[in-house]
Design a protein around this ligand. Structure first.
Ligand code: NAD
Length: 377
């Protein structure tokens, strides 16, 4: 069967869903791989790289595809080029692209949303949320270090000693832990806070100080955070205020699944930071952890500079694509028929598999992801 790799069309999307290094893994499974011309250019992969790796570069890749791999949801025009029964695997934030979901349903396309892959041990190698969060976390620390007009590390020189920068990280999930690790590698003194009890140990294991607040922890289903009450949020802000006021750089990465990001830091708290301080809000696109942050923009708040994240993994397109492509190879392998009855390269998802069932949005002319069906039908 044929796998097509899309040339992404959304603004500022520089990633590609399959990289030349991993094409061989798909051909080894028995698939033919077709790539739209120029698909990998913004991630540093030329058409010639794909051809050398065993793919065909073809403007009509989508038209005959059995499986389409993409980063962003396909556009309506792209969906309408697919044949009935084809499958797509991509990020698919259904609430943001209802028209695309209805088209996928009406054209009987089988669509999988990578963000719905369950976070169970067996699915770790398919977990695109984690792989892309890792890129975002690294990038946040580098952006903070780049914007701060001070050293991150301690410098002891003949001309005197320059103390290290103090970095505060709020939210210590996959992205936050990577931001902590990166800031530590650059020599900063790092303090971090997360509402989940388990996070404190992980923060300390990276050589950072876990900020302990006299507040209940908020562990919810699946090891994720729960939403805070407004009362708890206000108390958390009050207790965090002195830590933030003394930070040179603040990085926020807090999220609660299915909710807008919690506001952890008010503009007044940022204004109390020293002139020249920097704030990096990774959650800007999903509502913002910091009051006043704007996705994709740098704004001034008092004497501080506030950077709002927008599609942050795409700012490091080559490694983000490499990791995402490996997630997709593992998903495709899971959905490839095994056994002697099936010819090589047969895409045949096993609907009894928890990962397959949980990540499917549309199939056989119906929306099969319950929350999406309730919202759209
Ligand atoms: P996420 O992106 O949903 O949230 C980021 C972090 O923000 C989380 O650590 C959360 O606790 C924190 N947060 C939420 N509200 C906060 C608040 N008010 N103040 C401070 N912090 C707040 O989370 P994520 O990074 O995707 O992962 C969350 C958890 O899932 C972690 O425990 C992670 O280790 C786990 N996980 C497990 C797997 C797996 O087993 N396959 C894969 C990935 C992540």
């Amino acid at each position: 069967m044929r796998i097509a790799v899309v040339r992404e069309t959304r603004e500022a999307e520089a990633r590609v869903a399959m990289v030349p290094e991993l094409v061989g893994k798909l051909t080894a499974l028995g698939y033919e791989v077709l790539v739209e011309p120029g698909a990998g250019l913004s991630a540093g992969a030329t058409d010639a790289d794909y051809t050398t790796a065993g793919a065909q570069v073809d403007d009509r890749a989508l038209d005959d595809a059995d499986v389409v791999l993409a980063v962003q949801p396909l556009g309506v025009d792209q969906v309408r080029r697919l044949r009935r029964g084809a499958a797509t695997i991509s990020f698919l934030p259904t609430a943001q692209v209802p028209e695309v979901v209805r088209d996928l349903r009406d054209l009987a396309i089988t669509s999988f949303a990578v963000e719905l892959v369950p976070r169970i041990s067996r699915a770790q190698s398919m977990d695109a949320l984690s792989s892309q969060s890792l890129v975002s976390g690294y990038r946040c620390a580098i952006v903070a270090a780049g914007m701060l007009r001070r050293f991150f590390p301690l410098n002891m020189t003949a001309a005197g000693t320059v103390p290290p920068a103090e970095v505060v990280v709020l939210g210590a999930g996959v992205a936050g832990l990577q931001a902590i690790a990166t800031a530590r590698r650059l020599g900063a003194v790092v303090k971090a806070y997360d509402v989940r009890a388990a996070a404190a140990e992980e923060i300390r294991s990276l050589g950072a100080q876990a900020i302990e607040l006299d507040l209940e922890t908020l562990e919810g289903a699946g090891g994720y955070a729960r939403e805070m009450s407004e009362e708890r949020a206000a108390r958390q802000r009050e207790l965090l205020a002195p830590h933030i006021a003394s930070a040179d750089a603040l990085i926020t990465t807090a999220a609660v699944p299915g909710r807008t990001a919690p506001v952890l830091v008010t503009a007044a708290m940022v204004e109390r930071m020293r002139p020249g301080s920097v704030v990096v809000d990774l959650a800007a696109e999903s509502g913002g952890n910091v009051e006043g942050s704007v996705p994709g923009e740098v704004v001034r708040v008092g004497g501080a500079t506030l950077w709002g994240g927008r599609n942050v993994p795409a700012q490091m397109p080559a490694p983000a694509s490499r990791l995402y492509a490996q997630n997709l190879v593992n998903l495709v392998a899971l959905m490839t028929a095994a056994g002697e009855d099936a010819p090589p390269g047969t895409f045949l998802p096993d609907w009894g598999d928890e990962i397959v069932a949980a990540s499917c949005v549309t199939r056989d002319g119906a929306i099969v992801h319950d929350p999406t069906r309730v919202a759209l039908e």
